[in-house]
Write a new protein. Structure first.
Length: 171
């Protein structure tokens, strides 16, 4: 590799781009128009309505697109107001390995779904259903029967059976 090519390669940034709601495909189109390397993993989804079934593609990771941009052109990713924030990847080698794994999984055609990484004691918030807004702790990530909602005054906890799709992991 020539020295100038090496210095140009060092100036590329891999970014995890958090888009505004429902803007992933538009942001991906912007990256394509700018000729920036990017990846928007998509999965096929099927919706059944009363009289028909519709197939469509949706982002595997809602709200996220992965992009590689020259450092001096990073401001260009914000030009159409589609982005909430861009997070610079620090471990590029590990990140690229994981992206290759995701690409292989998506290309395999196997059925897949997004699952939060849960650990015992991890704080979560109920994001749907009648308990929307409650916060609690993960009971058992290997057999997720629900979350524990604590009642601190009584030093007690209630184990509530909540579907995983209604849980959001808190920082």
């Amino acid at each position: 590799m020539i020295d100038s090519e090496l210095s140009n390669a060092k100036k590329l940034l891999w970014l995890v781009c958090h888009t505004k709601p429902r803007c992933e495909k538009k942001f991906s189109a912007l990256m394509k128009a700018e000729r920036f390397e990017h990846y928007l993993p998509l999965m096929e989804s099927v919706r059944k309505y009363a009289k028909q079934t519709k197939k469509f593609t949706k982002p595997l990771f809602p709200g996220y697109v992965f992009a590689c941009v020259p450092a001096e052109q990073k401001a260009r990713i914000y030009q159409m107001d589609l982005l909430a924030r861009a997070i610079t990847v620090t471990d590029v080698a590990g990140f690229l390995r994981q992206i290759e794994d995701v690409k292989a999984i998506v290309a395999s055609g196997f059925e897949l779904s997004l699952m939060p990484l849960l650990a015992k004691g991890r704080r979560v918030k109920v994001s749907g259903g009648p308990l929307h807004g409650l916060e609690g702790y993960v009971d058992n990530p290997h057999d997720p029967r629900g979350v524990i909602i604590s009642v601190d005054v009584l030093r007690q906890g209630l184990l509530v059976h909540v579907p995983l799709e209604n849980l959001t992991v808190l920082p």
